[in-house]
Every structure is written in C-alpha cells, then in structure tokens.
Design a protein around this ligand. Sequence first.
Ligand SMILES: *[C@@H]1O[C@H](CO)[C@@H](O)[C@H](O)[C@H]1NC(C)=O
Length: 241
Amino acid sequence: MKLLIVLVVLCLGVATLTEAARPVSTEVVQKLKELEPVYKQLQDKVISEVAGAKLATATATDTFYKGVIADKETSLTRSIQLEDDMTYQFNGQASSVDASCLQMLRSIVDMNMNVAGFGYTNCVNNVEAGVKAELDRVYQLLQVDESELFDISLLDVFKGENIISNPAKIIAKLTEKRSEIDGISLSFVADINAAVNAYASRLGDMQNEYKSCLLGNESVLKASFESTKNQLVQTCLGAIV
Ligand SMILES: *[C@@H]1O[C@H](CO)[C@@H](O)[C@H](O)[C@H]1NC(C)=O
C-alpha cells in the first residue's frame, strides 16, 4: 500500500513536470524575439528618414550653389563681352579722332566696369545672407531628438518578475511594450520632408532673385556703355564701327 502511494505520487510528479513544459515561459522568449526586430526596424526607419532628409538638403544646397556659380559665370562673360565691344569701337576709330578724348572714354568704360563689379558683389552678398538664414532654419528643423525613440529598453519587462513562476505578467508587459513601439509617431518624417522641400524651393526663389539682380546691374552697365557710345559720336566726333 505504501509502495502504491509512493508510486502514485511519483507518477503525479512526472505528470506535473511533463505538463509544465512551461509554455507561457517559453512564450515570453518568443514574444521578445518578435518584438526585437520591430524595434530595430523602427530605429532603422528613423535613422534613414533623417539621413535622407539631410542628404536631400545637401543636394538642394549643391544645386543652388552650382546654379549661382553658373549665373555668375554667364553674367561675367556677358559683361566682359560688353566691354570688348566698347574696346572694339575705340580701336576702330579713325586717327582723326582726338586721342585724349578717346582715352577719357576708355577710362569711363573701365570705371563703369568697376562700378558694375560692386553691384555684382552686392547681389551675391544678398544671396549669401539669404542662404545662411535658410540653412540655419532647415538644420534647426532637422535636429530630430531621437533619444526618445532609442531610449526604450526591451529588457526592463523582467524587472521584479519571475519568468518561471509568473511569465504571464511579463507577457503583459511585452504586449504593452509592443503598443508603445507601434504607437511611436513618425509624423515628424512628413514634417522634415516638408521642411526640406520648402528649403529647396526658397533656394530656387533666391537664385531667381540673384539672376535678376545680375541682369538688372548688367542693364545699368549696358546703359552706361550706350551713353559712352553717344559721347564717342556726339562729343569726341568718332563713329560707330
Ligand atoms: C543691382 O544690384 C544691387 C545690389 O545688389 C541691387 O540692389 C539692385 O536692385 C540691382 N539693380 C538692378 C537694376 O537690378
């Protein structure tokens, strides 16, 4: 009889052990395994979105600078062409035209070129101040505080818990953790992308302003040359060649 009881107790013991393959405890680890890549994906997305926005900003800045440099080159080429045209006029005058009168006009052309140079510098100074302000503004917006996202601990669910005796509580905490991660709003992505687009478009506007500033100053230079040509004919008694 005693033996039987011992046997029964033993059998019960084995049964309990087998049944207690602790599926809930095992589930804790499974859940953790599922959650970890979700968290990693979130971090990757944040990093790549922020990096993408920064790259797009750098590209916009690059496009802007290339455009401004090209405008500057075109404008300089046109101004030099205007001066060359004037020089051509002076060189083509008959020897009967008073040399010192011509020399005065050459000086005037030289002066007017120099004055135009001041104008061009002012045009570029305006652009420089503008782009600096825009850059400061967009980088301010790109300063995303990622620490809030990256500060989540996946392992604090175990704090004060026992995976063997009460895994269900850990499961509950993991579920909560999952909602926390899923609930992290990536709405800032739309915000930073909008900021970068606005930046690119403001740079485009600034480049157009720069272009018209150069063109305006070129017109003034051109007008001064027209006046010089007039003096050449009317005052120095030369001719347009
Ligand atoms: C010439 O340049 C100055 C300085 O940038 C600018 O203020 C002015 O508007 C320009 N002139 C014209 C006619 O565009």
